[in-house]
Design a protein around this ligand. Structure first.
Ligand code: ATR
Length: 282
């Protein structure tokens, strides 16, 4: 791939995206000089911004909130996992348009099983939320061998819709948020709600947490503080936020675009150190 090819992340807001840093680090690691920008696009302006990007040499794009469904809709081709998620986070220019993929779910599974060395097989899991983030990761979690995936959403019809899409009624089922106290305990609890992004905390019972529970917040930074604090207070032995997933989904996109595998650990550690510095005011 030519070094003048352009890459970018599209979002709204996007100014604080870590993707430009992550891709620059990966590029440095494998000796590829690449241009990777953060492009701010409103919901109405997204399609035009993407078209402009392609006209100016754009060949690969990461898509973040709130454009993943819109990106999926305008693709000419879609990978199997993008189809299952109904959303795309990675676009690659092909003849006559874009090919859409979704690396979020595989990124999450890679973070859990490879970085944190935790096995997902046989776990009873609870997913809080049924929006875009939940849809992006639920298929990959099922593929990783969960025994059961209970989906609970504030508005129950969205949980039902996600369960229908997953098409695995033996393992994926919906329950009411109001019944959280009666669902027993879980070995995996995933927070896929956006509550933390608006500084809201969820009122969750400690009874959800089993002694070997892994709690995962798909958000990172400030947005993940309330849920991860709840999980620790509930006695969860493994608590992780979405920073590792972010790095892994980026690596999967990078590998598609550049055909080279990268080491994610140094980049993950650099971001963790940076986040710790921010929290202590360094
Ligand atoms: P994302 O792409 O981050 O998933 P989304 O598609 O808007 O964003 O979905 C947000 C999710 O967080 C939804 O599951 C939403 O519940 P509703 O479908 O009932 O709106 C959930 N959510 C947001 N704020 C919440 C809160 N305060 N309590 C519980 N769930 C919340």
């Amino acid at each position: 791939m030519s070094s003048t090819a352009r890459y970018a992340v599209f979002g709204h807001p996007v100014a604080h995206s870590l993707s430009p840093f992550i891709h620059a680090e990966f590029g440095r690691q494998v000796g590829i000089a690449l241009r990777y920008d953060a492009i701010e696009a409103t919901i109405d302006g997204f399609a035009a911004a993407l078209e402009r990007f392609a006209a100016e040499g754009g060949v690969g794009a990461n898509i973040t909130l709130p454009h993943k469904e819109a990106a999926f809709a305008l693709c000419r081709e879609r990978s199997e996992r993008a189809l299952r998620a109904g959303a795309a986070n990675t676009l690659t220019l092909i003849e006559g348009g874009w090919r859409g993929d979704n690396t979020d779910g595989a990124g999450l599974v890679r973070d859990i099983t490879e970085r944190h060395r935790l096995d997902l097989r046989g776990r009873r899991a609870l997913m809080l939320g049924a929006g875009g983030a939940a849809r992006g990761v639920a298929p990959a979690l099922l593929d990783a061998g969960l025994e059961e995936l209970v989906i609970v959403n504030r508005s129950p019809e969205r949980a039902d819709a996600l369960v229908d899409t997953l098409g695995d009624p033996g393992r994926a089922k919906s329950r009411y948020w109001a019944d959280l106290g009666e669902l027993g305990d879980f070995e995996l609890v995933v927070n896929a709600t956006s509550a933390g992004r608006s500084a809201r905390s969820l009122d969750l019972p400690f009874s959800l947490v089993s002694p070997r529970c892994l709690a995962v917040d798909l958000s990172y930074g400030e947005a993940a503080i309330a849920f991860t604090a709840w999980a620790r207070a509930a006695g969860c032995p493994h608590v992780i936020d979405g920073l590792g997933m972010l790095v892994e989904q980026a690596a999967l996109a990078f590998e598609q675009w550049h055909g080279k595998r990268v080491e994610t650990e140094p980049v993950y550690q650099a971001l963790k150190a940076r986040a710790a510095g921010l929290h202590t005011g360094d």
